[in-house]
Design a protein around this ligand. Structure first.
Ligand code: NAD
Length: 258
């Protein structure tokens, strides 16, 4: 199996991309530490992994807290004896996020704290643990909006994901000779709760779909497949990338239907 003998930590494991990835990592032989703010959703993921016959633990933690981030890594290594793969994926898209004029300082701070600082804190504690385990792979979830300008403004979210790309690139270079690879996963728009709540009318959904050459939203399970490849040794020469999985959005100038 592709992650045989590996220990993986997944944040945001209670829902969407994180849940699908935790399940897929476990299916591929990893022992998985599932981390989420929502204890109930997270425990449901762990139960689903156990039902598959694999091993996982649930850690309730807020990735924007240094104390919680340190604890999630310490709990993982205490339980499984190592850490090889970390998927820093937890993130929010606030419904009050808009353009610079409309967005409040509170929404900006909350978004940056979870989406950008959360990834920094994850890396801060994961890197020494992965290093002590003989090396591995870190995947940080960014977004295609960190690469393209979006007509639907979400300034705090976009800035936070830009920070994830820049941070991942620099860490990849710094740790390239330590046996630690770091890549940023950039999903396109997905049919997950996070985005469907944000695009809460048919008109908003249609407006977004116009820009996707494939003409559909992506699935969380499709992001999990990309994360699995980046986590596994199959991607052993891949580091520092903005790994785009977006149905062709970033390649398009004009889409077939527009
Ligand atoms: P989701 O809302 O389905 O899942 C996110 C999970 O993160 C939830 O279980 C939530 O409880 C958890 N979480 C939120 N804040 C947390 C915190 N402070 N500490 C710990 N856990 C926390 O969202 P998703 O669509 O699966 O998104 C996952 C990641 O993918 C996010 O970083 C998001 O920005 C990114 N992304 C999503 C899309 C999309 O279209 N859905 C597109 C591009 C990027």
């Amino acid at each position: 199996m592709r992650l045989d003998g590996k220990v993986a930590l997944v944040t945001g494991a209670g829902s969407g991309i994180g849940r699908e990835t935790a399940l897929l990592f476990a299916e591929n032989g990893a022992r998985v530490a599932c981390v989420d703010l929502s204890a109930e959703a997270n425990e449901a993921t762990v139960a689903a992994i156990a039902a598959q016959g694999s091993e996982a633990i649930a850690i309730a933690a807020d990735v924007s807290s240094a104390e919680d981030s340190e604890r999630m890594v310490a709990t993982t290594t205490a339980r499984f004896g190592a850490l090889h793969v970390a998927f820093n994926n937890a993130g929010i898209m606030h419904s009050d996020d808009g353009d610079a004029v409309a967005t409040s300082e509170r929404t900006w701070d909350l978004t940056m704290n979870i989406n950008a600082k959360g990834v920094f804190l994850g890396c801060k504690y994961e890197i020494p643990a992965i290093s002590a385990s003989g090396g591995g792979s870190i995947i940080n979830t960014a977004s295609f909006v960190a690469i393209m300008g979006a007509a639907t403004p979400q300034i705090a979210y976009t800035a936070s994901k830009g920070a994830v790309l820049a941070m991942t690139r620099e860490l990849a270079v710094v740790h390239a000779r330590d046996g630690i690879r770091l890549n940023a996963l950039c999903p396109g728009p997905l049919r997950t709760e996070l985005l469907m709540k944000f695009l809460d009318t048919d008109e908003k959904k249609e407006r977004r779909l116009v820009h996707i050459p494939m003409g559909r939203f992506g699935e969380a399970a499709e992001m999990a497949q990309a994360a699995l490849w980046l986590a596994s040794d199959e991607s052993s020469f891949v580091t520092g990338t903005d790994f785009v999985v977006d149905g062709g959005i970033t390649a398009a100038y004009v889409t077939p239907e527009s």
